[in-house]
Design a protein around this ligand. Structure first.
Ligand code: 5GP
Ligand code: ZN
Length: 113
């Protein structure tokens, strides 16, 4: 499958990983929009939030758990951070492998910017 994030999971495309367990990987966004900008993804290929099935719900919990751990490790848990999922055309989703942006390290702009 021609999916850039599956290739990052496999290691055939390099990334700066900050977290990995059996089901979840997180790495630095290649074009950071904030001082802390990580992408948190399931290893399983799920194209978008619209495709999250009931059986995937524990995975979403693991992603949230990973996000909290990363926020703490990156030193933004107390100052504040944002966890964003873009789903579909109007959101600007460009990579169709489910991912959550973790942003922080500065005062973030308006949500709809
Ligand atoms: P989306 O708009 O789909 O929610 O965001 C996709 C994100 O993936 C963008 O912020 C983009 O900078 C990031 N990205 C795209 N290709 C790569 C890549 O090859 N490596 C990494 N680390 N990030 C990528
Ligand atoms: Zn994929």
């Amino acid at each position: 499958m021609d999916c850039i994030f599956c290739k990052i999971v496999e290691g055939t495309i390099p990334s700066k990983k900050v977290f990995e367990n059996d089901h979840v990987v997180a790495f630095h966004d290649i074009q950071p929009a904030a001082p802390v900008h990580m992408l948190i993804i399931p290893k399983k290929h799920i194209a978008a939030m619209n495709d999250v099935a009931e059986e995937d719900l524990p995975l979403i919990g693991e992603i949230h758990q990973a996000a909290l751990q990363i926020a703490r490790e990156q030193g933004v848990a107390e100052s504040g951070y944002r966890l964003i999922n873009n789903c579909g055309k109007d959101s600007g989703q460009v990579v169709f492998h489910l991912h959550y942006h973790l942003l922080g390290g500065e005062k973030l702009g308006a949500l709809n910017a």
